[in-house]
Design a protein around this ligand. Sequence first.
Ligand code: C2E
Ligand code: MG
Length: 709
Amino acid sequence: MHDKPIMLIVDDSEMSRGGLKRVFLGEYEFIEAKNGQEAMEILRAGTPVSIILLDAIMPQMNGFQFLEKMQEDSNFSGIPIVMVTQQDDEYTEIKALELGAADFIAKPFKSQIIRRRVKNIVVKNQLEFKYKSKYDKLTGIYTKDTFIEKTSQMLRENTHKKYVIIRWNIERFKLINDLFGVKEGDKILIGMAKTLAELIKGIGTYGRLERDHFVMCLPYYLLDIEEIIKRINEGVGRYKADYAVASNFGIYMVDDITLPVDIMCDRANLALQSVRGNITKPYAFYKDKYRSSLLEEQRLIKDINIALAEEQFEVYYQPIFSLSLGKVVSAEALVRWNHPIKKIIPAGQFISIFEKNGFIMQLDVFVLETVCKQLKEWKDSGEQFLPVSVNISSVNIYEPDFCNKVMELVRKYVIDTSMLQFEITENTYSKNTYQHSDVIKTLQKRGFSILMDDFGSGYSSFNMLKDVPIDALKVDLRFLEDFDKSGRFGSIITAVVRMAKWLNMPVIAVGVETKGQLDFLKSIGCDMVQGYFFSRPLPKLQFQIFVKKSDNVLQEKIMAYDESINYNELFNPNFVSNQIFNSIIGGIGIYELVEDRLEVIRVNDGYYQTMGYNPQTLYEDAGNILCKVFEEDRVLLIEKCRNVCKSRGLGEIVLRRYDGNGKLLWLDVNIKYLGGNIHRPLFCFTFKDITTSKGSKKTDTPVVSSEEE
Ligand code: C2E
Ligand code: MG
């Protein structure tokens, strides 16, 4: 501890340093440096300097160079510097002020004057510093410490009142910064602070905790959370009109005022984390169970070492089905923890803990090695076996040695690299696309496939697909559950599958639990599926048995239907209509007319049969199915669609087209307008194959009926 403030005197002349010390004797503690270089070292050592007196001309690093260095380092921005100049040296004085000096004093020194000037500077600086640390630099509202101090005081002085703490953060703030730049991001934060000030001033406390996390404390009787959210969103909207800024809120009811306020904020944060990404309900109240799950997490951490030593981890395998081939084509390896007390814990409950504390490296290598051993065992047994995909944590993908570790294991167990695939979550890529791109390319060059896991759950899915070479996408239906309520679920999956087809990437839908979901996925051309509807993840022996009889399982699961169809439900994967849609004998297709193209949106099983397609092959032509229509009939078909659209009715046309195998078909097509945008109308086509009756007259002109309603 220093009793007096520290003055750093930087001057190469001992005599000058002595002169300055005499002027400030008794007021400061002195530290001396002979040049800028030495002064820099003193500061970097962490000496708490209150003021610097700086000579201009010195060897090694002169005063100006020192000022420049100080400007570059924000750690020292709070220390005022006074330049010592010769009398009437206007050039030095101006340059010093330009380079950030707080003031200058000229030789010969007039003790009274320079003492006063330096004192003023120090006092002003201390006041500024005090203000700055109390208020957030960017937004001008309370910092975390001040919020805690003021809120504690408010709670202490109003013990008769009940309070709530609300903490929130801006949804996908990182994306806003990425998309619009940090300046725009800052604008939103400032807007948030201004909105808060308007909303809360006088009724409670508020502040910025960190990054995009804000907090407020107000009396319980004023809590109308829906109204608060509405006003915050509207308020912030004024500062960024072209982007709908949304936030997630966590609320802690202050029931124990002896609890430190920072713990109250942590509890509000636990509630906030429980609604992250939830667009239908953006807020939650803190419940004790959030805390108990945190404590549970801490208990698990204690058990990790023993678990690794005692080999309590086991790899399960979940089958992945191809709908076009009607069989299991691969499996995903999912780790389970056979905990002595808690029994079998699924990966979802501990992977994130392992990622936080670094154990994930050991765990992923363990899973990888177990899978390699398993693949070797299956191969040696002479039975047919399937590729297995292994989840790799983003933490490990950053590990420069990762590829070598993989190759080591592959060599050790003599594994064909095409039998091993890696699942990487998209967040992994988005952090540093190009570095990953290299790791991924290296793995692909060696023959491994890379699957992008959890597509659609992260921040920049579509954008990064163009930069990172991916072999397949995995879409987890459960991530899109929220869209289900808004009726957009089906449209989003359809868009993902279509986009993936354009990029020549297969899509694996994960989390398929119902027949309705399966039928829907099939009808939009999603070929691979994984989920409880077929099988849960299984221990290796059960998995082997399952695969052997899986063809029957699949057939059984896919059968059984009903009668009529409700077009409004076409995009809802959970509706009965999907079963109905598929049960109709004969082909049905839902199409969108985009300029002069007809895009396939959905088809039923009858369509696949009539047209000789499977989900895989259809989607090569789906972008414009007209390419399969007999050339002379194309214009007539488009015209027909336009008329049907205009009349909002029905139409019929006899059409020639080639099926998926190149065979010419004659079709009787009924067209119904379903709705949709005038520029992108939707139609339902039902097909009757009349090739046999037309057989000999292959080039007849198509028959067009004109019974539009
Ligand atoms: P994931 O890669 O998306 O794996 C799919 C998860 O969904 C698995 O959960 C699986 O059991 C579950 N699941 C599959 N079908 C259904 C379904 O129809 N309904 C429901 N409700 N769930 C279904 P699990 O095994 O708990 O794994 C969770 C996550 O943990 C995985 O998500 C993966 O990201 C990670 N993980 C699993 N094993 C490993 C591993 O060995 N290493 C690493 N780094 N991560 C792993
Ligand atoms: Mg996975």
